[in-house]
Design a protein around this ligand. Structure first.
Ligand SMILES: [Zn+2]
Length: 373
């Protein structure tokens, strides 16, 4: 089953989170300087140059999204002098997808915002805004959107080498990328839901929801990242809106407001420390992990795992390797984390580690009794 968050569901989660943090501010200590400051954002206007993207009757996708991207960047620069805005393109030029992610990764951006407009053949009745985070959607209906946005790689020379044999027409190659998902999913979802809220509540646009799909530009980037489909150029009314100065301004403004909210929240959340616990040294050397895959491939041959997951660990079992991410001594916490991990690694589950070896979770929990975890 595919887990899709919509704006409302996410709001409940946020309310719960805010409640928890209000609570911890009473019992824990706060620091004056936040641990996390959002300093760099990469804004990616889709397509460009020889690639027009979706072609409407009066406008090209590449022009609409460039205008929105530049307006968004201006708003951020004007209001946040300390935030660096980096564009993947600020004019009508062709940039390969992997270059866009490279720009974000090399600059160590805190947030990556890719802006696109949608189109659907023979369905002029379809309209509305939707925001995507990285994920493999096995539902064909949604697969079409990523397929369309990814197809651009065939315009690049030698794309099979650049994208490791990826074929934009095959569902299998999407699934291959599934394992490359990472731990910024939670914050990507947070930002995506803010964007969607602003589009819908602020701009009164039709809500097509927060979704997940395997867009190459999201797969290859490693920070919290979203892809916004601002609307459908194949819908007459929406094309007119998106082609207009007013429509472009409103879209930029909605994403800006989401950015503002996200930046404020992320910095506020990092400002809290948790309630003090017993000294860790007394507790047994046991912790929990989330196992995401079993493979014959030695993970040491693929640095992606170590790059993307600071807590990545593997455990050898016979001839295969168990890949695990996340690390937590609190069992309840790891259960919640595993639930989130399953949105991008569907088969993920909790395992326990004692003195460097996997042990049954039941046994681990028993040995941890009395240590407040
Ligand atoms: Zn596009």
């Amino acid at each position: 089953m595919q887990i899709l968050f919509n704006g409302t569901m996410y709001k409940y989660i946020l309310i719960a989170t805010v409640y928890l943090f209000c609570y911890s501010s009473l019992t824990g200590q706060t620091k004056s300087v936040p641990d996390y400051v959002l300093k760099k954002v990469v804004i990616d206007a889709g397509h460009g140059g020889k690639d027009p993207g979706a072609v409407g009757k009066i406008v090209y996708e590449k022009d609409v999204v460039l205008s929105i991207a530049l307006k968004l960047g201006d708003l951020i620069k004007k209001n946040y002098k300390n935030v660096e805005v980096i564009y993947t393109r600020d004019k009508d030029i062709f940039i390969p997808l992997h270059k866009r992610s490279e720009i974000a990764n090399k600059n160590k951006a805190d947030l990556f915002i890719s802006i696109h407009a949608n189109a659907i053949e023979n369905r002029p009745d379809v309209y509305g805004a939707e925001t995507y985070t990285m994920g493999v959607n096995r539902e064909k209906r949604n697969f079409e959107v990523a397929k369309k946005e990814n197809a651009v790689i065939t315009l690049e020379k030698d794309y099979t080498t650049t994208y490791q044999g990826y074929d934009p027409n095959s569902v299998e190659s999407f699934i291959m990328f599934d394992l490359l998902s990472d731990n910024s999913q939670e914050n990507s979802l947070r930002f995506a839901s803010y964007v969607q809220d602003e589009m819908v509540e602020g701009n009164k646009r039709y809500d097509r929801g927060v979704k997940q799909d395997a867009f190459i530009v999201l797969i290859l980037s490693s920070m919290p990242r979203v892809l916004v489909e601002v609307g459908y150029l194949t819908n007459k009314k929406e094309e007119k809106y998106l082609a207009s100065k007013r429509g472009q301004k409103e879209c930029a403004n909605a994403i800006y407001k989401a950015f503002k909210k996200y930046k404020t929240d992320m910095e506020r959340l990092s400002n809290f420390t948790t309630v003090e616990r017993k000294p860790e040294a007394e507790a047994p050397d046991i912790y929990f992990k989330v196992q995401v895959a079993t493979s014959q491939v030695d993970p040491r041959k693929d640095s992606v795992w170590y790059d993307r997951y600071p807590d990545f660990e593997y455990f050898k079992a016979g001839t295969s390797f168990k890949y695990t991410i996340k690390k937590e001594r609190d069992y309840k916490k790891i259960v919640r984390i595993a639930k989130d991990v399953r949105t991008y690694f569907p088969g993920a589950f909790v395992v326990a580690v004692k003195e460097g070896k996997l042990i049954p979770v039941k046994q681990a929990r028993k040995e941890m009794i009395g240590y407040d975890y």
